[in-house]
Design a protein around this ligand. Sequence first.
Ligand code: ZN
Length: 362
Amino acid sequence: MAGREKRKRVAAALDDDDDEHRRLRRKQEEAENLLRRIRGLVRWVAGEVAAGRSPSVALHRYQNYCAAPAGSPCACSYDVPVGTYVLSLLHRDSHASRLNVLLRVLLVVQQLLQQNKHCSKRDIYYMYPSIFQEQAVVDRAINDICILFQCSRHNLNVVPVANGLVMGWIRFLEGEKKVYCIMNVNAAFTIPVSIEAIKDVVSVADYILVVEKETGYPDIPTRRFLRYLVEQLHLPAYCLVDADPYGFDILATYKFGSLQLAYDANFLRVPGIRWLGVFTSDFEDYCLPDCCLLDLSSEDRRKAEGILSRCYLNSEAPQWRLELAAMLQKGVKFEIEALSARSISFLSEEYIPQKIKQGRYI
Ligand SMILES: [Zn+2]
């Protein structure tokens, strides 16, 4: 009996090894394939220039939302480009330098893939600061490359710096590192930079709670990690943000993606995420003291009006839109922490569990 158990365990371990090998092999094949296509493009550009021609590259343009009025159709889409623009090398305009930057960044990416190394966008900027001049130029080139080769940033071995934290009833491996949140549920752990390194996720949680913190908009690792957990663990995800236009925009970034990364939005977004709070109406429902309430500034109002005009709210989240409109109409805002005015544990012991149990989310 013991012998059979042991054989079974050994077999399971071998299966895990197989999975790991398959994963690594697939990753290597993807990298080689991308490398081939990058070399092909660079060779073609060099050939065109040598022959005295002006090479140009067509880039799709993606847009996940716009400000089309309610009811009027628009072209926004998560997976179909809304247009194309052409970057040409020999025309002496801004496009020329954009293609030049693109080729330089491609050179770096090529080296990263060949040597199986990783670096950040900031590292790339510092390789040719006099040519790139500013970080935004590198960011745009990376975006262009993703669109050109139909891949995501992590495929290019360009890794972001994560600033999100995870805690609670979960444990997993990040490469060889054990991230055992479950052993110390009161401690926060850094979210892995790359979900490709995550293995053996185990969780006994009932739901995932996403909470806005001072760092503001969620970065790519945080959004990929959330998406990964939702898909792997099949748990509902709830989002808790401040009752102000910035909180709403953060919430919208999780559900719909951002305009800057519209091309990748469909791989980063969590369409099923629910808005748990805090709602402007919570203020009265939970009898919070008036001193916690702030008036919306003129900037807040402008921001809220801009968000209200986004096409996706009408088509995909009309209830969210109504709640934001109510905030603007009342002209007030307050932070999640205002709920602690009731008592220090009110948020964790009453507000969140009650809201989830009673289905008071949208
Ligand atoms: Zn639109």
